[in-house]
Design a protein around this ligand. Structure first.
Ligand SMILES: C[S@@+](CC[C@H](N)C(=O)[O-])C[C@H]1O[C@@H](n2cnc3c(N)ncnc32)[C@H](O)[C@@H]1O
Ligand SMILES: *[C@@H]1O[C@H](CO)[C@@H](O)[C@H](O)[C@H]1NC(C)=O
Length: 253
């Protein structure tokens, strides 16, 4: 547990530097639930591209206010995997009437799914502030994204019933990785499309893969680098995509 925390800490320090580059700081003072936010666009140089709201400063979560102390900083930023997920959703969406994101954070993939015209879009997370960020950004773009609290650790989790599910960078701990695997197995058995995006430096993604192999009785599954389009995780799993994200190759423009 401790090593996991340390891992995230160093990652945060590195990623925050990179995240700084993809913000469009608003001339107005944008706020969601009293906290300052910036826009993070899918393509920073394309004013028509989908965007999320992200917390402007981690410092705003510090201090004595219990309301904000509960917010998880990780849930307030668009991470590289979400950016790639949103871009793949735009380019290669399967024929689907409904879409659901798990551990959505600011929900850039959900917003992209709504923007390409998927009629029913759900963004889910355990972090209430993340869901508020999604609603605010969707509303400002004239999009309908419904939000719901869904905990990946729970078996009875009130998951919306959709055709297509996306998870980007959700493996914060081994327990979450195993919870995500349990849910993904259920979804795949119902023949849902499941797309999972994760960076190779997220140690718990291997726990997720190990658990998926065991649950599906399929040894020949691996993460595959983003090529041109969807790649099935295994012949036996034609609806399952395990997308390997190389953070240094993510295009912000
Ligand atoms: C690193 S952030 C990624 C956010 C977003 N998907 C992205 O890629 O930009 C991890 C997300 O997983 C969510 N999360 C952590 N544990 C969870 C759980 N048990 N159930 C649902 N979501 C969880 C966090 O709230 C956070 O939004
Ligand atoms: C990520 O991409 C960079 C640049 O193309 C490359 O040097 C590096 O080895 C890659 N990292 C991984 C883990 O594949």
């Amino acid at each position: 547990m401790k090593s996991c925390r340390t891992h995230w800490f160093f990652f945060l320090a590195a990623a925050t530097l990179q995240l700084g580059e993809n913000r469009i700081v608003s001339a107005f003072s944008l706020k969601v639930e009293g906290l300052r936010v910036d826009k993070a666009s899918l393509r920073t140089k394309d004013p028509t591209s989908a965007y999320s709201f992200v917390l402007s400063s981690a410092m705003d979560l510090m201090g004595d206010d219990n309301h904000y102390a509960r917010v998880n900083f990780l849930a307030t930023q668009v991470w590289p995997s979400a950016r790639v997920a949103a871009s793949q959703i735009e380019q290669h969406a399967p024929h689907a009437q409904s879409f659901c994101e798990l551990g959505c954070g600011p929900g850039l993939p959900s917003i992209a799914a709504a923007k390409i015209g998927i009629p029913h879009v759900w963004a889910t997370d355990i972090d209430e502030f993340a869901l508020a960020l999604v609603r605010a950004a969707a509303e400002e773009q004239g999009l309908v994204v419904k939000t719901r609290t869904v905990d990946l650790l729970l078996t009875n989790n009130n998951l919306p019933d959709c055709d297509w599910y996306v998870l980007s960078d959700v493996f914060e701990s081994a327990a979450v990785a195993r919870g995500a695997a349990r849910i993904c197995e259920e979804l795949l058995r119902k023949e849902k499309a499941v797309w999972v995006f994760a960076q190779s430096d997220r140690v718990q993604r291997e726990e997720f893969l190990r658990e998926m192999k065991q649950r599906l009785g399929e040894d020949a599954m691996e993460w595959s680098p983003i090529e041109k389009e969807f790649v099935a995780a295994a012949d036996s799993q034609p609806n399952f995509w395990l997308a390997d994200i190389n953070e240094t190759e993510v295009n912000y423009e």
